[in-house]
Design a protein around this ligand. Structure first.
Ligand SMILES: NC(=O)C1=CN([C@@H]2O[C@H](COP(=O)(O)OP(=O)(O)OC[C@H]3O[C@@H](n4cnc5c(N)ncnc54)[C@H](O)[C@@H]3O)[C@@H](O)[C@H]2O)C=CC1
Ligand SMILES: O=C1[C@@H](O)[C@H](O)[C@@H](O)[C@H](O)[C@H]1O
Length: 342
C-alpha cells in the first residue's frame, strides 16, 4: 500500500459524489483512484479537478484499475450484490452504502460469500452509528441509568422523495436506517413488523403510500415505532426518543440557528441528510479508511446488512398485506459472533 489508500468509487450520484469530495478533502489517508458510473458524464463531473482518477462505465473495470486497494459502493441498492461479490473476489475491503442489498435472498448470498472467505471485508453504510447524538443515546442506554428500554419513538421525514421512489422503499431504503439504529441502540433483534398507512399526503406523488407508520416488536419485548414521511415538504427531520423504566431521552431536536425577527422566532431545519448527517458520514468514512489501512474492517457488518434486509422485507410484506409479519432470519455464521455488532 502507498501512503494513501487507493479507493474505487462505484456510483457517482448524490452519495457517490459527496463521498468522493469527502475522501479527497475531508478524510485523511485516502485518495480516489477510480470511479465507475454508467452515466459517464456524471462520473466525470464528480472527479472534475482531480488528477490520476480512472473513469469507467463498467464497475469491474474500475475495480481492476491500477492502485485500487479498497471500494466504496454508492450505486443504487439493486446493483450492490454484484459489486460486493466482485470486491470479495478481489479481497478488497468495502464500504457499501445502505441498503446492503434490498432483497434478503441477495443479502444472504453476500453474507454467506463473506463468511466463506472467513474474514470480514464489508462495512455497511449505516452512518447513524457514527452520529454524535445517536452515540450519546447509546452510551446512556448501555449505562443502564434510565432502566430497561421499553419503547423507541422514531420520526424520519424527508422534504421530498427522488424520482422512482416506491412505497416499498419507504421501508427498505428509508426505514432501513431505523431498523439498524434500533437493533444497535437496544442490542435486540426485531422479530415482527406491522405497517399502517394513513390516507397519503396530497404532497406525495400519485400512488405513493406516504406517510407510513411502522411498528416493530423486539425479541426482548420492546416496541419501536417509526413515522416515515418522505414528502413532508418542510425539512429533513430524524428524531428518536427512548422511553425507559426510569426516564426518557430524545435526540434529533436540532438547533442549527434560531432567527428572531418581526415579533417571532424561527428555528432552521436541515433540508437533507447530507447536512444533518455530514459529520457522521465524515466519521464513518474516516474510520473505514483507518481500519482498511491497518488491514482491518469494522462498523456495521454484512450480518447487520442482512438483518436489516430481512426485517425490511418482512416490513414490505406487512405493508402489502396490512397484517403483522414475523421476521424469519437465517442462522448467523460464526464469523459475525453473537449479539448485535457494536
Ligand atoms: N447513507 C445515507 O444516508 C444515504 C444513502 N444512500 C444510498 O446511496 C446509494 C446511492 O444513492 P444516491 O446517490 O442517492 O443515488 P443516485 O441515483 O443519485 O446515484 C446513483 C448513481 O449510480 C449510478 N449507477 C447505476 N448503476 C450503477 C452500477 N451498476 N455501478 C455503478 N454506478 C451505477 C447511476 O448512474 C447514478 O449516477 C443507494 O444505495 C442509497 O440507498 C442515499 C442517500 C443517503
Ligand atoms: O439513506 C437515505 C436515503 O436513501 C433515503 O431515501 C432517505 O429517506 C434517508 O433519509 C437517507 O438517509
Amino acid at each position: 500500500m502507498g501512503d494513501l489508500l487507493g479507493v474505487a468509487v462505484l456510483g457517482a450520484g448524490h452519495m457517490g459524489a459527496d463521498h468522493i469530495r469527502r475522501l479527497e478533502q475531508v478524510v485523511s489517508g485516502a485518495r480516489v483512484v477510480a470511479v465507475a458510473d454508467p452515466d459517464v458524464e456524471r462520473a466525470k463531473d464528480a472527479v472534475a479537478g482531480l488528477t490520476g482518477v480512472a473513469v469507467h462505465t463498467d464497475p469491474e473495470a474500475a475495480l481492476g484499475a491500477p492502485g485500487v486497494e479498497a471500494v466504496l459502493i454508492a450505486s443504487p441498492g439493486p446493483a450492490h450484490e454484484e459489486a460486493l461479490l466482485a470486491a470479495f473476489a478481489r479481497h478488497l475491503p468495502v464500504l457499501c452504502e445502505k441498503p446492503m442489498v434490498p432483497d434478503s435472498t441477495g443479502a444472504l448470498r453476500v453474507m454467506e460469500a463473506e463468511a466463506r472467505l472467513g474474514r470480514r471485508l464489508a462495512q455497511i453504510g449505516f452512518m447513524r452509528r457514527y452520529d454524535a447524538e445517536y452515540q450519546r443515546l447509546k452510551i446512556l442506554l448501555d449505562g443502564g441509568g434510565l432502566g430497561r428500554p421499553l419503547m423507541l419513538h422514531c420520526t424520519h421525514r424527508n422534504v421530498s422523495s427522488p424520482p422512482g421512489f416506491t412505497s416499498a422503499m419507504l421501508v427498505n431504503s428509508s426505514v432501513s436506517h431505523e431498523i439498524d439504529a434500533a437493533r444497535w441502540l437496544l442490542g435486540q433483534e426485531l422479530t415482527a413488523v406491522t405497517v399502517l398507512r394513513p390516507t397519503p399526503s396530497s404532497g406525495a406523488p400519485a400512488g405513493l403510500l406516504d406517510p407510513q407508520f411502522v411498528l416493530f416488536e423486539t425479541d426482548r419485548g420492546a416496541l419501536v415505532d417509526v413515522e416515515v414521511f418522505v414528502n413532508c415538504g418542510f425539512g429533513y427531520q430524524v428524531r428518536c426518543e427512548a422511553v425507559c423504566e426510569k426516564g426518557s431521552a430524545r435526540i434529533g431536536d436540532e438547533h442549527t440557528m434560531v432567527v428572531t425577527a418581526g415579533g417571532g422566532a424561527r428555528e432552521e431545519v436541515a433540508q437533507d441528510y447530507l447536512v444533518r448527517f455530514a459529520a457522521a458520514y465524515d466519521r464513518e468514512v474516516q474510520s473505514w479508511v483507518d481500519a482498511a489501512r491497518r488491514g482491518e474492517v469494522g462498523g456495521p457488518s454484512a450480518w447487520d446488512g442482512y438483518a436489516a434486509s430481512v426485517v425490511a422485507e418482512a416490513g414490505v410484506r406487512a405493508l402489502e398485506t396490512g397484517g403483522r409479519t414475523t421476521v424469519e432470519p437465517a442462522p448467523r455464521p460464526d464469523l459475525y459472533g453473537a449479539g448485535v455488532s457494536r
